[in-house]
Design a protein around this ligand. Structure first.
Ligand SMILES: CCCCCCCCCC(=O)SCCNC(=O)CCNC(=O)[C@H](O)C(C)(C)COP(=O)(O)OP(=O)(O)OC[C@H]1O[C@@H](n2cnc3c(N)ncnc32)[C@H](O)[C@@H]1OP(=O)(O)O
Length: 195
């Protein structure tokens, strides 16, 4: 899809960007991508979560791509009977983050832009697609599309994002200690990262 004329300059693919390949240990096209965490609002089976379901998609140019689906529930309304717009942005954050994770990890969202093209009725299914368009150093440039009720359905939203590769210290320094400890990180490791 052509870039919107209002896209932030920091989201435009730089001329020196290269197309990154999937990591050798990442799942192959057609394979499902399991939730990356049991508590994730985007992909885990948690009560108010988006419950996105993923698979690796084929990318004609040999890059990294994912496809995902999300059923729109009554507890996700903004205007009556329609999906809350912020939840489309949250879905894009998860889907674009997931495709970046096929290339390298960990990464975090630095900037995310959503274009809302059509209303999204509750009860319908969003079919999302995302692709890593290029990488320059720590910066990964990603785009996504959401379609209604079929993989080739009408486009309801598009997104562009910049993700940045970070080190594990990003989480050791910033996440709640009790959540890190639940993952097996020792109190000493947390103290050392924060000293
Ligand atoms: C298996 C995993 C599956 C994951 C799926 C889930 C996906 C969900 C992902 C998320 O929601 S992550 C949570 C939301 N994001 C955050 O909480 C990030 C909060 N922000 C930060 O921690 C820092 O601002 C950040 C790590 C993004 C950047 O800080 P750094 O100190 O590492 O970067 P720095 O400021 O040195 O900037 C590096 C480059 O990026 C550029 N940059 C940084 N932030 C930017 C921004 N916001 N917009 C545009 N450019 C930006 C910056 O200009 C610079 O460009 P140059 O190298 O060309 O000089």
């Amino acid at each position: 899809m052509a870039a919107s004329p209002t896209t932030s300059p920091s989201l435009e693919l730089p001329a020196d960007a290269t197309l990154p390949e999937r990591h050798p240990e990442a799942p192959a096209p057609g394979e499902p991508i399991p939730p990356h965490s049991a508590v994730c609002f985007g992909c885990a089976d948690v009560p108010h979560g988006l419950r996105l379901e993923f698979r690796v998609a084929e990318d004609p140019a040999g890059g990294a791509a994912v496809a995902a689906r999300m059923v729109l529930r009554p507890d996700q309304q903004g205007a009556p009977g329609l999906l809350h717009g912020g939840l489309l942005t949250a879905a894009f954050d998860e889907v674009l983050g997931s495709v970046v994770a096929l290339v390298t990890r960990p990464c975090v969202t630095a900037r995310l832009e959503t274009d809302f093209r059509r209303p999204m009725p509750i009860g319908s299914t969003l079919w999302l697609h995302a692709r890593v368009d290029g990488r320059v150093g720590r910066k990964l440039y990603v785009t996504g599309t959401a379609r209604l009720d079929a993989e080739d359905g009408p486009v309801v939203g598009t997104a562009k994002a910049l993700f940045l590769k970070v080190g594990m210290e990003h989480f050791l320094r910033n996440s709640r200690p009790e959540d890190l400890e639940a993952l097996g990180v020792s109190a000493e490791q947390i103290r050392a990262a924060r000293s």
